[in-house]
Design a protein around this ligand. Structure first.
Ligand SMILES: NC(=O)c1ccc[n+]([C@@H]2O[C@H](COP(=O)([O-])OP(=O)(O)OC[C@H]3O[C@@H](n4cnc5c(N)ncnc54)[C@H](O)[C@@H]3O)[C@@H](O)[C@H]2O)c1
Length: 340
């Protein structure tokens, strides 16, 4: 319970005690300055909620703020990897709907696919947002650190800000028994086929770096979201996915680690761990296997696999001020798979 002396209004201003505790934790004066900045960076529309109601006089207009302020992404800029299709594309569209001015959608193909083109056109003429919320396609490989950093710089130069990054590019390779997994296949990152670890671990780091370096440059804080998986926390029965499972565990700890380093700069880092979601990735092993679809569906209490759009709410929540005190967290969206 909050002590009476620490009122809700007081919570919006850091107390001397909080400042002291923080100072002990921070080592350099530059980091201390960044931390002070981060605290001063509370959204301009505060107070909201109960504090707003308590501050109001009987003649103050009483307006809802939750969608207009906390969940709004108006005028922000985002980078989403793996956004040519599937979960990445769904998240890119959700960001545009919530107000993002430009969503830079990165993926491997030189030119975007049909789904992407159709979604881009639909967003461009969306009622109430006509001409806003551009989806900008960029071809690139998340495993190329130099290229990813350059791409981040290019977006920063064009847009003058960077607020949100979703690292959704990922791969799942054919099942391989753990004791036979060839070394080259497990770690190969420099040429030819990229390993699962190269894309799902290195690629996630390089995407977060590309956006995070711009967030630091523009000093506006930001939100980095990494798409992990329930496979980072549990092993799905009968699927020898040692590289995929390992990669997703790495992403969970990468996010916690980066959240601790970047908190003082107002940059939040979180993961979303979906369960089975109906995309091309799941299609590769479920297609033509109704027995496997039924088994996968029955592995959660909802009795079905999820749709990509069921990740929209969490994406906008984590990207926006609505989650301003959430960092280093893993949001599990699995139909309850993890609960059994
Ligand atoms: N579909 C699921 O059930 C599920 C469950 C949990 C987590 N996930 C994760 O969600 C993310 C998206 O998966 P999805 O289901 O949409 O799969 P998907 O295969 O439909 O999409 C993945 C996208 O990543 C892109 N990509 C792959 N390697 C890349 C690289 N080197 N550089 C740039 N882009 C690259 C692909 O071209 C593709 O467009 C992945 O990280 C996946 O591991 C998926």
């Amino acid at each position: 319970m909050i002590p009476r002396s620490l009122s809700i209004r007081a919570l919006y201003a850091p107390t001397p005690a909080l400042k002291l505790g923080r100072a002990r934790w921070l080592s350099s004066s530059a980091t201390r300055a960044a931390a002070a900045d981060a605290k001063d960076r509370l959204p301009p529309y505060n107070p909201v909620g109960v504090a707003r109601a308590l501050q109001a006089t009987p003649t103050t207009p009483a307006k809802p703020t939750i969608f207009e302020h906390e969940f709004s992404l108006a005028d922000r800029v985002a980078l989403v990897s793996g956004a040519n299709r599937g979960i990445g594309l769904e998240m890119a569209m959700a960001l545009a709907e919530a107000g993002v001015r430009a969503v830079y959608c990165l993926d491997l193909p030189k030119t975007p696919g049909e789904d992407f083109v159709k979604v881009k056109e639909y967003v461009a003429r969306m009622e109430g947002r006509k001409g806003e919320g551009r989806l900008e396609y960029m071809s690139g490989d998340v495993t190329d650190q130099e290229a990813m950093w350059k791409l981040g710089e290019e977006i920063g130069k064009r847009e003058g800000r960077m607020d949100v990054s979703v690292a959704a590019a990922g791969v799942l390779k054919p099942e391989t028994p753990c004791l036979d997994y060839p070394a080259k296949q497990f770690k190969e990152a420099s040429s030819g086929t990229k390993s699962v670890l190269a894309v799902n671990v290195n690629g996630v780091l390089f995407t977060a770096q590309a956006a995070g370096r711009q967030m630091v440059k523009f000093n506006n804080g930001g939100s980095i979201i990494m798409i992990a998986s329930i496979c980072g926390s549990l092993t799905i029965q009968d699927h020898p996915w040692v590289s995929y499972n390992t990669s997703k565990s790495a992403v969970l700890q990468m996010a916690r680690s980066m959240a601790c380093e970047l908190g003082p700069q107002g940059i939040r880092v979180n993961t979303i761990s979906p369960g089975y979601i109906n995309t091309s990735m799941t299609g590769q092993f479920l297609q033509g296997r109704p027995d496997l679809l039924e088994k996968s569906s029955n592995e959660n209490p909802m009795g079905r696999i999820g749709r990509p759009d069921e990740l929209r709410g969490a994406t906008v929540w984590l990207s926006s001020d609505a989650s301003s005190f959430c960092t280093g967290s893993n949001i599990v969206i699995s139909g309850g798979h993890h609960a059994w």
